[in-house]
Design a protein around this ligand. Sequence first.
Ligand code: UGA
Length: 442
Amino acid sequence: MGRQIAVFGTGYLGATHAACMAELGHDVLGVDVDEAKLAKLAAGELPFFEPGLPEVLQRNIEAGRLRFTTSYQEAADFADVHFIAVGTPQKHGELAADLRYVDAVVESLAPLLRRPSVIFGKSTVPAGTAARLSTRARELAPDDAFAELAWNPEFLREGYAVKDTLHPDRIVLGVDSTRKGNAEVVAREVYAALLEEEIPFLVTDLPTAELVKTSANAFLATKISFINAIAEICEATGADVSVLADAIGHDARIGRRFLNAGIGFGGGCLPKDIRAFIARAGELGASQAFSLLREVDSINMRRRNKMVELAREAAGGSLVGARVAVLGAAFKPDSDDVRDSPALNIAGQIQLQGAAVSVYDPEAMENARQLFPTLEYASDVPTACAGADVVMILTEWKQFTGLDPIELAKCVRQPTIIDGRNCLMPKAWRNAGWTYRGIGRP
Ligand code: UGA
Protein backbone atom coordinates (compact mmCIF):
# COMPACT_ATOMS: atom_id res chain seq x y z
CA MET A 1 0.00 0.00 0.00
CA GLY A 2 1.22 3.48 -0.84
CA ARG A 3 2.43 5.84 1.89
CA GLN A 4 1.73 9.53 2.19
CA ILE A 5 4.94 11.36 1.52
CA ALA A 6 6.08 14.98 1.50
CA VAL A 7 9.24 16.00 -0.36
CA PHE A 8 10.80 19.34 0.63
CA GLY A 9 12.64 21.09 -2.19
CA THR A 10 11.66 20.69 -5.84
CA GLY A 11 15.00 21.18 -7.61
CA TYR A 12 16.71 18.36 -9.54
CA LEU A 13 16.78 16.11 -6.54
CA GLY A 14 13.40 16.94 -5.00
CA ALA A 15 11.34 17.08 -8.18
CA THR A 16 12.81 13.79 -9.32
CA HIS A 17 12.32 12.13 -5.96
CA ALA A 18 8.72 13.37 -5.64
CA ALA A 19 7.75 12.22 -9.13
CA CYS A 20 9.49 8.86 -8.72
CA MET A 21 7.94 8.16 -5.31
CA ALA A 22 4.52 8.78 -6.93
CA GLU A 23 5.56 6.44 -9.75
CA LEU A 24 6.12 3.77 -7.08
CA GLY A 25 2.46 4.21 -6.06
CA HIS A 26 2.80 6.58 -3.10
CA ASP A 27 0.75 9.75 -2.59
CA VAL A 28 3.19 12.60 -2.77
CA LEU A 29 3.17 16.27 -1.95
CA GLY A 30 6.09 18.36 -3.27
CA VAL A 31 6.85 21.37 -1.06
CA ASP A 32 8.83 24.47 -2.02
CA VAL A 33 8.93 28.17 -1.19
CA ASP A 34 9.10 29.14 -4.87
CA GLU A 35 5.50 29.56 -6.10
CA ALA A 36 6.42 30.11 -9.73
CA LYS A 37 8.37 26.84 -9.78
CA LEU A 38 5.49 24.96 -8.16
CA ALA A 39 2.97 26.37 -10.66
CA LYS A 40 5.14 25.05 -13.50
CA LEU A 41 5.54 21.64 -11.90
CA ALA A 42 1.81 21.38 -11.15
CA ALA A 43 1.17 22.04 -14.84
CA GLY A 44 3.44 19.09 -15.64
CA GLU A 45 6.38 21.23 -16.78
CA LEU A 46 9.93 20.86 -15.50
CA PRO A 47 11.91 24.02 -14.72
CA PHE A 48 15.04 22.14 -15.93
CA PHE A 49 16.00 19.59 -18.56
CA GLU A 50 15.96 15.94 -17.51
CA PRO A 51 15.24 13.23 -20.09
CA GLY A 52 12.27 11.01 -19.16
CA LEU A 53 11.24 13.00 -16.09
CA PRO A 54 8.44 15.11 -17.67
CA GLU A 55 6.59 11.90 -18.59
CA VAL A 56 6.81 10.56 -15.02
CA LEU A 57 5.73 13.93 -13.65
CA GLN A 58 2.72 14.28 -15.96
CA ARG A 59 1.60 10.67 -15.56
CA ASN A 60 1.51 10.95 -11.77
CA ILE A 61 -0.14 14.37 -11.65
CA GLU A 62 -2.88 13.00 -13.92
CA ALA A 63 -3.24 9.91 -11.74
CA GLY A 64 -3.77 12.22 -8.74
CA ARG A 65 -0.76 10.84 -6.85
CA LEU A 66 1.39 13.98 -7.08
CA ARG A 67 0.57 17.53 -5.93
CA PHE A 68 2.56 20.60 -4.95
CA THR A 69 2.23 23.18 -2.19
CA THR A 70 4.07 25.97 -0.40
CA SER A 71 2.35 25.06 2.87
CA TYR A 72 4.34 23.22 5.55
CA GLN A 73 1.12 22.90 7.52
CA GLU A 74 -0.48 21.03 4.64
CA ALA A 75 2.58 18.79 4.38
CA ALA A 76 2.58 17.98 8.10
CA ASP A 77 -1.16 17.23 8.03
CA PHE A 78 -0.93 15.10 4.89
CA ALA A 79 2.23 13.03 5.32
CA ASP A 80 4.02 11.05 8.00
CA VAL A 81 7.02 10.35 5.76
CA HIS A 82 9.08 13.44 4.91
CA PHE A 83 12.08 13.75 2.63
CA ILE A 84 14.48 16.69 2.80
CA ALA A 85 15.73 17.31 -0.73
CA VAL A 86 16.82 20.96 -0.66
CA GLY A 87 20.18 22.24 -1.88
CA THR A 88 23.42 22.53 0.11
CA PRO A 89 25.44 24.95 -2.03
CA GLN A 90 28.98 26.09 -1.29
CA LYS A 91 29.05 29.03 1.12
CA HIS A 92 30.02 32.31 -0.46
CA GLY A 93 33.76 32.81 -0.04
CA GLU A 94 34.25 29.58 1.94
CA LEU A 95 34.77 25.91 1.15
CA ALA A 96 32.04 24.72 3.53
CA ALA A 97 28.47 23.79 2.60
CA ASP A 98 25.66 26.21 3.35
CA LEU A 99 23.14 24.29 5.44
CA ARG A 100 20.57 27.04 5.86
CA TYR A 101 17.95 25.41 3.60
CA VAL A 102 18.24 22.00 5.26
CA ASP A 103 18.04 23.63 8.70
CA ALA A 104 15.02 25.67 7.62
CA VAL A 105 13.05 22.53 6.65
CA VAL A 106 13.57 20.99 10.10
CA GLU A 107 12.89 24.26 11.92
CA SER A 108 9.61 24.79 10.03
CA LEU A 109 8.38 21.21 9.85
CA ALA A 110 9.15 19.69 13.25
CA PRO A 111 6.90 22.01 15.34
CA LEU A 112 3.96 21.10 13.07
CA LEU A 113 4.20 17.32 13.48
CA ARG A 114 1.16 15.81 15.23
CA ARG A 115 1.86 12.06 14.97
CA PRO A 116 4.89 9.76 14.77
CA SER A 117 6.68 10.70 11.56
CA VAL A 118 9.99 9.91 9.92
CA ILE A 119 12.08 12.65 8.32
CA PHE A 120 14.57 11.25 5.79
CA GLY A 121 17.39 13.57 4.78
CA LYS A 122 18.49 13.13 1.16
CA SER A 123 20.56 16.29 0.67
CA THR A 124 24.36 15.99 0.69
CA VAL A 125 25.55 17.23 4.09
CA PRO A 126 28.78 17.25 6.11
CA ALA A 127 29.18 14.41 8.60
CA GLY A 128 27.56 15.30 11.91
CA THR A 129 24.65 17.23 10.40
CA ALA A 130 22.12 14.40 10.72
CA ALA A 131 22.83 13.83 14.41
CA ARG A 132 22.47 17.56 15.08
CA LEU A 133 19.21 17.77 13.11
CA SER A 134 17.88 14.64 14.82
CA THR A 135 18.25 16.28 18.23
CA ARG A 136 16.85 19.56 16.96
CA ALA A 137 13.78 17.92 15.37
CA ARG A 138 12.92 16.15 18.64
CA GLU A 139 13.36 19.38 20.60
CA LEU A 140 11.01 21.25 18.28
CA ALA A 141 8.33 18.58 17.87
CA PRO A 142 5.38 18.76 20.30
CA ASP A 143 6.19 15.18 21.32
CA ASP A 144 9.64 13.62 21.27
CA ALA A 145 8.22 10.53 19.52
CA PHE A 146 6.79 12.52 16.58
CA ALA A 147 10.11 13.35 14.94
CA GLU A 148 12.48 10.57 13.98
CA LEU A 149 15.26 11.61 11.65
CA ALA A 150 17.24 9.27 9.38
CA TRP A 151 19.65 9.86 6.49
CA ASN A 152 19.05 8.38 3.07
CA PRO A 153 21.60 9.92 0.69
CA GLU A 154 20.87 10.30 -2.98
CA PHE A 155 23.22 9.10 -5.70
CA LEU A 156 21.37 10.23 -8.81
CA ARG A 157 23.20 11.64 -11.81
CA GLU A 158 21.69 14.43 -13.84
CA GLY A 159 20.65 13.03 -17.20
CA TYR A 160 19.83 9.66 -15.61
CA ALA A 161 17.82 10.93 -12.67
CA VAL A 162 14.74 8.73 -13.16
CA LYS A 163 16.71 5.55 -13.70
CA ASP A 164 19.03 6.29 -10.79
CA THR A 165 16.04 6.90 -8.48
CA LEU A 166 13.92 3.93 -9.51
CA HIS A 167 16.81 1.50 -10.08
CA PRO A 168 19.70 2.74 -7.94
CA ASP A 169 22.94 0.78 -7.42
CA ARG A 170 22.23 0.73 -3.71
CA ILE A 171 20.03 2.25 -1.03
CA VAL A 172 21.83 3.57 2.04
CA LEU A 173 19.95 4.36 5.22
CA GLY A 174 21.60 5.93 8.24
CA VAL A 175 19.64 5.58 11.46
CA ASP A 176 20.24 6.98 14.94
CA SER A 177 21.96 4.01 16.57
CA THR A 178 21.31 5.39 20.06
CA ARG A 179 17.50 5.25 19.74
CA LYS A 180 15.08 2.61 18.61
CA GLY A 181 12.98 3.90 15.76
CA ASN A 182 10.78 3.14 12.78
CA ALA A 183 12.91 4.55 9.99
CA GLU A 184 14.11 1.21 8.63
CA VAL A 185 10.60 -0.28 8.56
CA VAL A 186 9.22 2.83 6.85
CA ALA A 187 12.08 2.93 4.32
CA ARG A 188 11.48 -0.73 3.48
CA GLU A 189 7.82 0.12 2.74
CA VAL A 190 8.64 3.22 0.72
CA TYR A 191 11.25 1.36 -1.35
CA ALA A 192 9.46 -2.03 -1.37
CA ALA A 193 9.41 -2.22 -5.18
CA LEU A 194 13.17 -1.54 -5.32
CA LEU A 195 13.97 -4.09 -2.64
CA GLU A 196 12.03 -6.69 -4.63
CA GLU A 197 14.56 -6.10 -7.41
CA GLU A 198 17.20 -7.08 -4.87
CA ILE A 199 18.87 -3.69 -4.91
CA PRO A 200 21.38 -3.74 -2.03
CA PHE A 201 20.00 -2.03 1.08
CA LEU A 202 22.60 -0.96 3.62
CA VAL A 203 21.57 0.22 7.07
CA THR A 204 24.26 2.23 8.84
CA ASP A 205 24.63 4.79 11.58
CA LEU A 206 24.07 8.46 10.73
CA PRO A 207 27.66 9.64 10.11
CA THR A 208 28.43 6.60 7.95
CA ALA A 209 25.45 7.32 5.70
CA GLU A 210 26.50 10.96 5.35
CA LEU A 211 30.07 9.95 4.60
CA VAL A 212 29.09 7.28 2.05
CA LYS A 213 27.67 10.03 -0.11
CA THR A 214 30.54 12.49 0.20
CA SER A 215 33.13 9.73 -0.23
CA ALA A 216 31.43 8.45 -3.37
CA ASN A 217 31.57 11.90 -4.97
CA ALA A 218 35.13 12.46 -3.72
CA PHE A 219 36.20 9.17 -5.29
CA LEU A 220 34.58 10.04 -8.63
CA ALA A 221 36.27 13.44 -8.59
CA THR A 222 39.59 11.78 -7.75
CA LYS A 223 39.22 9.38 -10.66
CA ILE A 224 38.66 12.26 -13.09
CA SER A 225 41.55 14.31 -11.72
CA PHE A 226 43.78 11.23 -11.76
CA ILE A 227 43.26 10.73 -15.48
CA ASN A 228 43.66 14.46 -16.09
CA ALA A 229 47.01 14.39 -14.28
CA ILE A 230 47.99 11.42 -16.45
CA ALA A 231 46.88 13.48 -19.47
CA GLU A 232 49.45 16.11 -18.47
CA ILE A 233 52.15 13.42 -18.52
CA CYS A 234 50.82 12.12 -21.83
CA GLU A 235 51.12 15.61 -23.28
CA ALA A 236 54.72 15.82 -22.13
CA THR A 237 55.61 12.44 -23.62
CA GLY A 238 53.46 12.27 -26.73
CA ALA A 239 51.36 9.38 -25.38
CA ASP A 240 47.59 9.08 -25.91
CA VAL A 241 45.52 9.29 -22.72
CA SER A 242 42.34 7.95 -24.35
CA VAL A 243 44.04 4.74 -25.47
CA LEU A 244 45.75 4.52 -22.06
CA ALA A 245 42.39 4.85 -20.27
CA ASP A 246 40.91 2.08 -22.45
CA ALA A 247 43.86 -0.13 -21.62
CA ILE A 248 43.92 0.40 -17.84
CA GLY A 249 40.12 0.36 -17.77
CA HIS A 250 40.12 -3.32 -18.78
CA ASP A 251 41.41 -4.09 -15.31
CA ALA A 252 38.15 -4.62 -13.42
CA ARG A 253 39.74 -3.15 -10.29
CA ILE A 254 40.22 0.13 -12.15
CA GLY A 255 37.27 0.21 -14.56
CA ARG A 256 36.92 2.45 -17.61
CA ARG A 257 34.14 4.71 -16.37
CA PHE A 258 35.01 8.22 -15.13
CA LEU A 259 38.40 8.01 -16.81
CA ASN A 260 37.64 10.49 -19.57
CA ALA A 261 40.31 13.15 -19.60
CA GLY A 262 39.25 16.62 -20.63
CA ILE A 263 38.34 19.98 -19.19
CA GLY A 264 37.44 18.40 -15.86
CA PHE A 265 34.42 18.10 -13.65
CA GLY A 266 31.84 20.74 -12.86
CA GLY A 267 28.18 20.89 -11.93
CA GLY A 268 26.24 21.43 -8.77
CA CYS A 269 27.69 18.43 -6.90
CA LEU A 270 31.27 17.21 -7.37
CA PRO A 271 33.10 20.57 -7.00
CA LYS A 272 31.17 21.81 -3.96
CA ASP A 273 31.04 18.38 -2.34
CA ILE A 274 34.80 17.87 -2.32
CA ARG A 275 35.27 21.39 -0.98
CA ALA A 276 32.74 20.83 1.79
CA PHE A 277 34.52 17.56 2.56
CA ILE A 278 37.87 19.36 2.88
CA ALA A 279 36.28 22.00 5.12
CA ARG A 280 34.64 19.40 7.36
CA ALA A 281 37.82 17.35 7.64
CA GLY A 282 39.57 20.52 8.82
CA GLU A 283 36.92 21.15 11.46
CA LEU A 284 37.27 17.56 12.66
CA GLY A 285 41.05 17.92 12.94
CA ALA A 286 41.68 15.48 10.09
CA SER A 287 42.76 18.00 7.49
CA GLN A 288 45.95 16.13 6.53
CA ALA A 289 43.85 13.30 5.17
CA PHE A 290 42.41 15.73 2.70
CA SER A 291 45.47 17.28 1.15
CA LEU A 292 44.62 14.68 -1.50
CA LEU A 293 41.28 16.35 -2.26
CA ARG A 294 42.89 19.78 -2.43
CA GLU A 295 45.12 18.38 -5.15
CA VAL A 296 42.10 16.84 -6.90
CA ASP A 297 40.49 20.28 -6.91
CA SER A 298 43.57 22.08 -8.18
CA ILE A 299 44.24 19.54 -10.96
CA ASN A 300 40.64 20.08 -12.00
CA MET A 301 40.84 23.87 -12.00
CA ARG A 302 44.16 23.74 -13.88
CA ARG A 303 42.42 22.07 -16.84
CA ARG A 304 40.41 25.23 -17.41
CA ASN A 305 43.53 27.41 -17.64
CA LYS A 306 45.13 24.86 -19.90
CA MET A 307 42.21 25.15 -22.34
CA VAL A 308 42.52 28.92 -22.43
CA GLU A 309 46.24 28.47 -23.18
CA LEU A 310 45.45 26.04 -26.00
CA ALA A 311 42.96 28.50 -27.46
CA ARG A 312 45.54 31.29 -27.31
CA GLU A 313 48.14 29.15 -29.07
CA ALA A 314 45.61 28.10 -31.70
CA ALA A 315 44.71 31.75 -32.32
CA GLY A 316 48.37 32.47 -33.11
CA GLY A 317 49.64 33.65 -29.72
CA SER A 318 47.00 36.22 -28.76
CA LEU A 319 43.26 36.08 -28.25
CA VAL A 320 42.78 39.78 -28.87
CA GLY A 321 40.45 40.16 -31.83
CA ALA A 322 40.15 36.39 -32.40
CA ARG A 323 36.77 34.76 -33.04
CA VAL A 324 36.24 31.66 -30.90
CA ALA A 325 33.24 29.33 -31.22
CA VAL A 326 32.41 27.44 -28.04
CA LEU A 327 30.22 24.38 -28.55
CA GLY A 328 28.76 23.33 -25.21
CA ALA A 329 27.81 25.32 -22.13
CA ALA A 330 26.23 22.66 -19.89
CA PHE A 331 28.55 20.98 -17.36
CA LYS A 332 27.87 17.69 -19.15
CA PRO A 333 25.67 16.44 -21.99
CA ASP A 334 21.94 15.71 -21.54
CA SER A 335 21.69 18.49 -18.99
CA ASP A 336 20.88 22.20 -19.08
CA ASP A 337 22.79 22.75 -15.84
CA VAL A 338 25.55 25.36 -16.01
CA ARG A 339 26.42 25.48 -12.32
CA ASP A 340 30.23 25.58 -12.12
CA SER A 341 30.34 24.51 -15.75
CA PRO A 342 33.94 24.28 -16.97
CA ALA A 343 32.74 25.05 -20.50
CA LEU A 344 31.22 28.40 -19.58
CA ASN A 345 34.08 29.24 -17.27
CA ILE A 346 36.54 28.72 -20.14
CA ALA A 347 34.33 30.70 -22.55
CA GLY A 348 34.27 33.58 -20.05
CA GLN A 349 38.05 33.58 -19.56
CA ILE A 350 38.68 33.56 -23.30
CA GLN A 351 36.37 36.51 -23.77
CA LEU A 352 38.12 38.41 -20.95
CA GLN A 353 41.36 37.97 -22.87
CA GLY A 354 39.99 39.87 -25.83
CA ALA A 355 38.34 37.28 -28.06
CA ALA A 356 34.81 37.44 -29.47
CA VAL A 357 33.22 34.26 -28.14
CA SER A 358 30.11 32.74 -29.66
CA VAL A 359 28.47 29.98 -27.60
CA TYR A 360 25.99 27.32 -28.64
CA ASP A 361 24.47 24.55 -26.51
CA PRO A 362 21.45 22.38 -27.39
CA GLU A 363 19.73 22.84 -24.00
CA ALA A 364 21.62 25.18 -21.71
CA MET A 365 21.34 28.49 -23.60
CA GLU A 366 18.86 30.14 -21.27
CA ASN A 367 20.74 29.22 -18.10
CA ALA A 368 24.08 30.17 -19.69
CA ARG A 369 22.76 33.56 -20.75
CA GLN A 370 21.61 34.25 -17.21
CA LEU A 371 24.98 33.34 -15.70
CA PHE A 372 27.22 34.93 -18.38
CA PRO A 373 25.07 37.59 -20.07
CA THR A 374 28.01 39.23 -21.80
CA LEU A 375 28.92 36.24 -23.98
CA GLU A 376 27.44 36.06 -27.46
CA TYR A 377 24.93 33.23 -27.95
CA ALA A 378 24.30 31.68 -31.37
CA SER A 379 21.14 29.90 -32.46
CA ASP A 380 22.91 26.85 -33.91
CA VAL A 381 26.33 25.31 -34.63
CA PRO A 382 26.95 26.95 -38.04
CA THR A 383 26.06 30.40 -36.68
CA ALA A 384 28.35 29.91 -33.67
CA CYS A 385 31.19 28.82 -35.95
CA ALA A 386 30.72 31.43 -38.67
CA GLY A 387 34.08 33.11 -39.30
CA ALA A 388 35.71 31.38 -36.31
CA ASP A 389 39.47 31.18 -35.92
CA VAL A 390 39.12 28.45 -33.31
CA VAL A 391 36.26 26.02 -32.63
CA MET A 392 36.17 24.45 -29.16
CA ILE A 393 34.06 21.45 -28.16
CA LEU A 394 33.59 21.77 -24.41
CA THR A 395 30.55 19.55 -23.75
CA GLU A 396 30.31 16.20 -25.51
CA TRP A 397 26.72 16.42 -26.78
CA LYS A 398 25.90 13.78 -29.43
CA GLN A 399 25.06 16.64 -31.77
CA PHE A 400 28.71 17.75 -31.58
CA THR A 401 30.42 14.37 -31.68
CA GLY A 402 28.41 13.66 -34.84
CA LEU A 403 29.43 16.89 -36.62
CA ASP A 404 30.63 16.56 -40.20
CA PRO A 405 34.13 18.09 -40.35
CA ILE A 406 33.85 18.75 -44.10
CA GLU A 407 30.59 20.68 -43.71
CA LEU A 408 31.80 22.64 -40.67
CA ALA A 409 35.03 23.65 -42.42
CA LYS A 410 32.89 25.66 -44.87
CA CYS A 411 31.74 28.19 -42.28
CA VAL A 412 34.94 28.88 -40.28
CA ARG A 413 37.75 31.34 -41.09
CA GLN A 414 40.45 28.90 -40.01
CA PRO A 415 39.83 25.15 -39.53
CA THR A 416 41.25 24.71 -36.04
CA ILE A 417 39.42 22.58 -33.52
CA ILE A 418 40.12 22.04 -29.83
CA ASP A 419 38.44 18.94 -28.47
CA GLY A 420 38.10 19.63 -24.75
CA ARG A 421 36.42 16.28 -24.11
CA ASN A 422 38.45 14.00 -26.40
CA CYS A 423 35.15 13.07 -27.99
CA LEU A 424 36.03 13.43 -31.69
CA MET A 425 37.94 11.14 -34.06
CA PRO A 426 41.15 13.11 -34.67
CA LYS A 427 41.81 11.32 -37.94
CA ALA A 428 38.48 12.26 -39.50
CA TRP A 429 39.02 15.93 -38.64
CA ARG A 430 42.62 16.02 -39.80
CA ASN A 431 41.68 14.29 -43.06
CA ALA A 432 39.11 17.04 -43.63
CA GLY A 433 41.86 19.67 -43.33
CA TRP A 434 41.45 20.66 -39.69
CA THR A 435 44.20 21.31 -37.19
CA TYR A 436 43.04 19.10 -34.29
CA ARG A 437 44.08 19.46 -30.63
CA GLY A 438 42.77 17.12 -27.95
CA ILE A 439 43.72 16.70 -24.30
CA GLY A 440 46.65 14.43 -23.59
CA ARG A 441 46.64 12.93 -27.05
CA PRO A 442 49.05 13.67 -29.87
C1 UGA B 1 27.35 13.39 -9.53
C2 UGA B 1 27.54 11.91 -9.20
O1 UGA B 1 27.98 11.21 -10.36
C3 UGA B 1 26.24 11.29 -8.70
O2 UGA B 1 26.44 9.94 -8.34
C4 UGA B 1 25.78 12.10 -7.49
O3 UGA B 1 24.56 11.60 -6.97
C5 UGA B 1 25.58 13.54 -7.90
O4 UGA B 1 26.82 14.06 -8.39
C6 UGA B 1 25.13 14.32 -6.69
O5 UGA B 1 25.90 14.46 -5.75
O6 UGA B 1 23.97 14.71 -6.64
P1 UGA B 1 26.36 14.72 -11.64
O7 UGA B 1 26.70 15.99 -10.93
O8 UGA B 1 25.03 14.60 -12.30
O9 UGA B 1 26.44 13.47 -10.62
O10 UGA B 1 27.46 14.55 -12.76
P2 UGA B 1 28.52 13.43 -13.18
O11 UGA B 1 27.94 12.55 -14.20
O12 UGA B 1 29.14 12.82 -12.00
O13 UGA B 1 29.59 14.36 -13.90
C7 UGA B 1 30.30 15.35 -13.14
C8 UGA B 1 31.32 16.07 -13.99
O14 UGA B 1 32.42 15.22 -14.25
C9 UGA B 1 30.81 16.56 -15.34
O15 UGA B 1 31.27 17.88 -15.54
C10 UGA B 1 31.46 15.60 -16.32
O16 UGA B 1 31.67 16.17 -17.57
C11 UGA B 1 32.77 15.30 -15.62
N1 UGA B 1 33.39 14.01 -16.02
C12 UGA B 1 32.74 12.84 -15.82
C13 UGA B 1 34.64 14.01 -16.60
O17 UGA B 1 35.26 15.08 -16.81
N2 UGA B 1 35.22 12.82 -16.97
C14 UGA B 1 34.59 11.63 -16.76
O18 UGA B 1 35.16 10.58 -17.09
C15 UGA B 1 33.32 11.64 -16.18
